[in-house]
Design a protein around this ligand. Structure first.
Ligand SMILES: [Zn+2]
Ligand SMILES: [Zn+2]
Length: 236
């Protein structure tokens, strides 16, 4: 196939030449922007237009309103059900891909960003669930932003062998690198970081019964099973 001339918009946008695809991708991008701005408590149109890396954003947004993806309440953009659902899926795929690429290939943040922006448009729902399961259903992306939950996150599955496992599944003497901690409270997270139990640190399972004892660096730590349940690791 003849290579289409590529036109880069912003960090990661490419045009592929076919009108249908251009619009779909550009709509996706704006939907994601609406979602991420909303996470920061921002929903006004002017701010979005400032942030959008698409010079035709205004035009595309009009198409999106026409298609019932969102509506305007004064200057505020409010996602409608269809837009909400679509944005949620895009964000979920984007943030899961970030984790996947950084856990599997240890890619830099910029490389991850570039690739994640492509994956979010092509991952099928089935593959997305497998990726999520493989990664241990991570609650946040590599930037600490929440990953919208999927159906898989509530279901118990054994058909995908996960890369990231709950710490409690580590065998005696086995080592794991902490990938994420999903604490029930902030205080708990602070306590753990004070002990050196943070994403990236290597822990060794020393004892499981009657209580958990972990080796972190030179120190042995006794942890409640309640706390251990919050920690997810990749075996090393
Ligand atoms: Zn992220
Ligand atoms: Zn999941």
């Amino acid at each position: 196939m003849e290579k289409e001339p590529e036109m880069k918009r912003g960090r990661h946008r490419r045009m592929w030449g076919r009108a249908g695809e251009i619009e779909e991708d550009r709509i996706d991008e704006l939907l994601e922007l609406i979602w991420t701005l909303r996470e920061e408590g921002v929903s006004d149109l002017d701010r979005l237009l400032e942030m959008a890396q698409d010079t035709e954003a205004r035009f595309i947004l009009r198409l999106m309103v026409r298609d019932g993806l969102f509506e305007m309440e004064g200057n505020r953009m409010v996602l409608k059900e269809r837009g909400e659902e679509k944005a949620r899926e895009l964000i979920r795929r984007h943030r899961l891909t970030e984790r996947l690429l950084s856990e599997l290939f240890e890619m830099s943040e910029e490389e991850v960003e570039e690739e994640a922006c492509k994956f979010e448009h092509i991952l099928s729902p089935g593959v997305t669930e497998n990726v999520c399961t493989f990664l241990g259903h991570p609650p946040t992306c590599i930037h600490g932003k929440p990953i919208p939950r999927g159906e898989c996150c509530a279901r118990f599955r054994k058909d995908v062998k996960p890369l990231v496992i709950p710490l409690e599944e580590l065998g005696l003497g086995e080592k794991g690198r902490i990938v994420f901690i999903a604490p029930k409270s902030h205080q708990r997270l602070d306590r753990l970081s004070a002990l050196g139990v943070v994403p990236g640190s290597i822990v060794r399972m020393h004892q499981k019964n009657p209580s958990y004892v972990l080796q972190v660096g030179e120190t042995s730590l006794a942890l409640d099973s309640d706390v251990v349940k919050d920690i997810y690791v990749k075996k090393v």
